[in-house]
Design a protein around this ligand. Structure first.
Ligand SMILES: [Zn+2]
Ligand SMILES: [Zn+2]
Ligand SMILES: [Zn+2]
Length: 100
């Protein structure tokens, strides 16, 4: 049966954050959802899988930090304090060597 494979990033805090969603076709002719589903006339209801498999979950990467939620950061928000952010003061740039 066809299904969605959802990949996750596992953070130090133990939370899994979804990163990608892949559609996987089982390529079986007896699957109604598959692209290979037989095109000729047949008793589809009796012969073929009619539904997708439940979503499959897989941890693909690990992050040594905490997830956004645990860091108090709202996802899809631009991180502040990045390089180039200057004050209205303008008296001097703070080029104190940023460690990444
Ligand atoms: Zn399928
Ligand atoms: Zn069928
Ligand atoms: Zn977390």
């Amino acid at each position: 049966m066809c299904y969605y494979l959802i990949t996750y990033c596992e953070f130090r805090c133990g939370h899994h954050v979804p990163t990608r969603r892949h559609y996987l076709d089982c390529n079986r002719s007896v699957c109604k959802i598959s692209a290979r589903h037989k095109s000729f006339e047949h008793n589809c209801l009796a012969e073929c899988d009619q539904e997708m498999l439940v979503d499959q979950h897989l941890v693909m990467e690990r992050d040594r930090g905490d997830c956004d939620a645990c860091r108090g950061v709202t996802p899809a928000t631009v991180v502040e304090g990045a390089n180039g952010h200057s004050d209205s003061d303008g008296s001097g740039a703070e080029n104190s060597g940023v460690d990444e």
